[in-house]
Design a binder for this molecule. Structure first.
Ligand code: NAG
Ligand code: NAG
Ligand code: NAG
Ligand code: NAG
Ligand code: NAG
Ligand code: NAG
Ligand code: NAG
Ligand code: NAG
Ligand code: NAG
Length: 462
């Protein structure tokens, strides 16, 4: 244990102090200050279309854990990282990160608020005052404990440890590897909420889950009244569509908001198949929001019960259509994930300002109530910027927010950046605090960006 803590600290120190060693030509991007007039002007000049795609339930150390690219802090470059089988009894042993995870992980790891709390704090009901004062820090040691707590009675604990701790190799996820090598990867990007899917999707599209900490059947029935990105874009008279995988499972996220119905924008939810033809024919709106299908073999979101390779096939189709279409020249494709899905990541989630004064309470596995105050981020996620205006193979470390603070990026960084692009104010204090990434847009377009992505791995042959 002392070794893994020591190596984590060493890796963190290295990530902060080391200059990024990447293959991009730094002269192509003037050193723009995020949120400055020069940076905003550059962003507005270059980017006319935004495509935002949020996949499901993967941590950075899980999905990108085998990427050897310099600047990505992960198990293959800096690990291994270890977790005990039982946080209360280290004598039961440890499992450390290893190469190769399954195409489908059948025992869906917990991503409930208190499940996340065990994963990050090694306890279900930590002292919130100590957390807020910085006296109790997350140590990311509880991933196996939480998985065994949920599935230990029906599955082999070695198997359960492998499921949450292991990572995909570059060969297993060639589409991801291609994004890392050809575009920009964020090394410090966290979900807004240390909890499950729907609250994180609301935070992504409106900066808050309005106090929700769990998925509810009524989540996509126009019930949320806070302002969303869909409303903002609509009020700016910009065009938008919510492309949705008709197989269902996530969203459609625009249907969470009362505004969408009140203004008769229900017809903006369209079949995902239309995305490929709109991209190829140059008919994409200013803002394309993509909802993948979820949960189970044959769906596209990379949710653990589905196949990683099906998710890769979906991402390849999205990218290849964009790349072949006439709007590519002015497109920014933002690819992110909703939350970590209960998969291990070694980077402790930081504290962050609350978006509003709402809290969420649930009963934890120890029988006690735990109240989440939305004052800390969730786990670290894979997020990419993909565009001809993005440098090849760049890895972005920390951001600098509008207060001049060096902070980790989070889902609200997207709303912060789109606010600069389309001229709207941050929706709430969390979004205002979030670091924007407008300065990562170069002033020269790349003509040579990869034209078609590699074919996904066939795990049967592996
Ligand atoms: C973990 O260790 C504690 C303390 O020894 C024990 O009470 C608990 O039953 C153990 N949990 C499991 C799942 O083995
Ligand atoms: C992952 O996504 C699915 C689909 O939205 C959800 O049911 C599940 O709870 C999510 N996982 C976690 C850990 O929240
Ligand atoms: C548990 O799973 C591991 C990994 O698959 C395997 O090597 C081991 O034999 C299994 N143990 C039992 C008791 O089934
Ligand atoms: C959008 O269009 C409406 C109707 O034409 C108009 O009233 C409104 O001022 C426009 N808003 C902006 C921000 O241009
Ligand atoms: C979505 O489009 C595809 C291809 O045109 C079609 O097969 C499918 O039935 C459509 N789904 C819905 C729900 O309209
Ligand atoms: C949507 O709006 C219509 C009026 O345009 C209303 O009749 C309907 O009840 C609304 N649906 C929901 C789910 O709010
Ligand atoms: C939260 O409540 C405090 C005290 O009532 C108030 O000053 C603050 O503005 C509120 N914050 C938000 C984001 O509503
Ligand atoms: C947890 O909260 C619920 C709802 O407020 C309450 O009924 C219950 O008594 C609380 N449980 C404990 C252990 O405090
Ligand atoms: C994957 O490999 C297996 C075994 O070689 C083969 O039967 C199957 O058709 C392949 N699947 C795909 C999608 O290529």
């Amino acid at each position: 244990m002392h070794h893994s803590v020591f190596f984590s600290m060493l890796a963190l120190a290295t990530a902060i102090t080391a200059l990024p060693s990447t293959s991009w030509d730094s002269w192509k991007r003037p050193s723009l200050v995020p949120g400055s007039e020069a940076s905003i002007n550059n962003l507005r000049q270059k980017i006319k279309n935004v495509v935002l795609l949020c996949m499901e339930n993967r941590s950075l150390d899980n999905l990108l854990g085998g990427q050897t690219h310099a600047g990505i802090e992960n198990p293959i470059n800096n690990g291994p990282y270890c977790n005990p089988y039982n946080v209360s009894d280290p004598s039961q042993g440890y499992h450390c990160t290893e190469a190769k995870d399954y195409n489908s992980v059948t025992d869906d790891p917990s991503h409930a608020v208190t499940g996340n709390t065990m994963e990050f704090y090694s306890q279900w009901t930590p002292d919130n005052t100590a957390i807020a004062e910085g006296k109790l820090l997350p140590n990311n040691q509880g991933f196996i404990t939480e998985q065994i707590h949920n599935y230990g009675s029906k599955a082999n604990s070695t198997q359960l440890a492998l499921q949450v701790m292991n990572y995909y190799t570059e060969q297993q996820v060639p589409v991801m590897t291609s994004f890392v090598q050809n575009f920009l990867t964020f090394n410090h990007w966290h979900s807004d909420i240390a909890g499950p899917t729907d609250p994180n999707r609301f935070a992504l599209t409106s900066g808050t889950s309005a106090g929700h900490g769990t998925n509810l059947a009524a989540d996509y029935t126009y019930e949320f009244t806070q302002k969303s990105i869909f409303q903002m874009v609509g009020e700016k008279n910009l065009t938008w569509l919510n492309y949705w995988e008709a197989a269902g499972g996530t969203g459609p996220d625009s249907m969470a908001y009362a505004w969408t119905n009140a203004t008769n924008n229900e017809d903006k939810v369209v079949n995902m198949t239309q995305f490929y033809s709109d991209a190829l024919s140059g008919n994409l709106p200013t803002f394309s929001y993509l909802n993948p299908s979820c949960c189970g073999v044959g769906t596209t979101s990379m949710h653990d019960s589905g196949l990683i390779s099906d998710g890769e096939a979906f991402l390849k189709r999205v990218y290849d259509s964009l790349r072949a279409g006439p709007q590519w020249e002015n497109t920014l494709f933002i690819l992110t994930f909703d939350e970590t899905g209960g998969f291990h990541d070694h980077v402790p989630p930081p504290l962050a300002p609350r978006p509003d004064n709402l809290t969420y309470t649930e009963k934890a596995a120890n029988g006690l109530n735990y109240t989440y105050e939305f004052n800390r981020l969730g786990g670290r996620l894979p997020t990419f910027l993909i565009s001809p205006w993005i440098a090849q193979g760049e890895v972005e470390q920390y951001g600098v927010n509008a207060f001049g603070e060096t902070v980790s990026y989070c889902a609200s960084s997207i709303l912060r950046t789109l606010g600069y692009l389309w001229d709207f104010e941050p929706f709430n204090p969390r979004v205002e605090w979030a670091a924007s990434f407008d300065h990562l847009i170069q002033n020269t377009a790349r003509r040579d960006a990869i034209y078609t992505l590699p074919t996904p791995m066939n795990f049967t042959d592996y």
